[in-house]
Design a protein. Structure first.
Length: 292
């Protein structure tokens, strides 16, 4: 029963990883950039949600929407200021810039508000316990999973059913051909950053309500784990990021269930090493031959 309990907790945690991983995979799919500042957008989202709840005295869902909106704008600003000038630069230059932006956000946050942690109020979401077949499942876990799944389904609808989604897929497939067809590539890339950052902001608020404690460097480990989830599923593939995130959460839950909770973080990177050795294209990816 303990293992099943940890499995349920792992699915809730995995849904948070999946939301962050979607931002990594969407940006990589279009501009072939690993946006290492993405974990810090998640952190900013957590703080915006916290201040919305404590200072503006809003409920969970209004705080979630505000956090998503602000993080979407923040993501577009990062793209326009830091990445757009490097659109035709080498990949290593863009990667180093992404790491620099990450440090700038982390220590900028510490400079503005200090390094002290904050705690989300415990009454943000109802914390009732539901008993199903002898299992005690928290209503928070179910609500978090439901919100995450709804956001993932909305993303699928945006990508496959809307005009901007079609533009994103076209740019991802062939940027030059998309330009010739009249698609505004710059706006499409900005929209991708906006959507990915909004999902990271939502993940930040969900994480804060679930784990309570937030602090300026909180985005580092979840950000790295979400990157592993994106690689596990096949980076650049949206369903892969969802499955990779959920799978990683389940693996962490099972490791804790078997009494190896100290190895939770280590196991994630063992998974990364194994996937890079045996299936570098990820679970959903296909091997692509490139001329060198």
């Amino acid at each position: 029963m303990e293992i099943i309990q940890q499995l349920i907790n792992g699915i809730s945690l995995g849904s948070i990883y999946a939301l962050i991983a979607l931002g990594y995979t969407m940006v990589y799919g279009i501009v072939k950039l690993i946006n290492f500042a993405h974990g810090d957008v998640f952190m900013v989202g957590a703080f915006i949600g916290f201040y919305s709840i404590t200072i503006l005295e809003l409920g969970f869902f209004p705080a979630l929407l505000i956090s998503m909106a602000v993080c979407a704008i923040f993501g577009v600003l990062i793209e326009r200021i830091a990445y757009k000038p490097l659109r035709n630069a080498t990949r290593i230059a863009a990667l180093i810039t992404a790491i620099g932006v990450s440090f700038f956000i982390e220590y900028g946050t510490i400079y503005i508000r200090g390094a002290q942690p904050e705690a989300y109020p415990s009454n943000v979401l109802p914390s009732e316990t539901i008993n199903i077949f002898g299992l005690s499942i928290g209503s928070q876990s179910l609500l978090i999973l439901a919100v995450s799944l709804i956001l993932m389904m909305l993303l699928q609808i945006i990508v496959h059913k809307t005009k901007i989604g079609k533009a994103m897929r076209a740019v991802s497939y062939d940027t030059e051909a998309a330009k010739l067809m009249g698609i505004n590539v710059d706006n499409t890339i900005s929209a991708t950053f906006a959507i990915g950052s909004a999902l990271a902001g939502a993940a930040g608020v969900i994480f804060g309500t679930y784990y309570t404690k937030i602090e300026p460097l909180m985005g580092i480990i979840p950000g790295l784990k979400a990157f592993v989830a994106a690689v596990l599923g096949g980076i650049g593939i949206i369903p892969g990021a969802m499955v990779g995130g959920l799978l990683l959460g389940v693996i962490e839950g099972l490791v804790s269930g078997f009494g190896f909770s100290l190895w939770r973080d280590g196991v994630v990177f063992i998974v990364l090493i194994l996937i890079l050795i045996f299936k570098p294209s990820g679970l959903f990816g296909k091997n692509v031959k490139e001329k060198v």
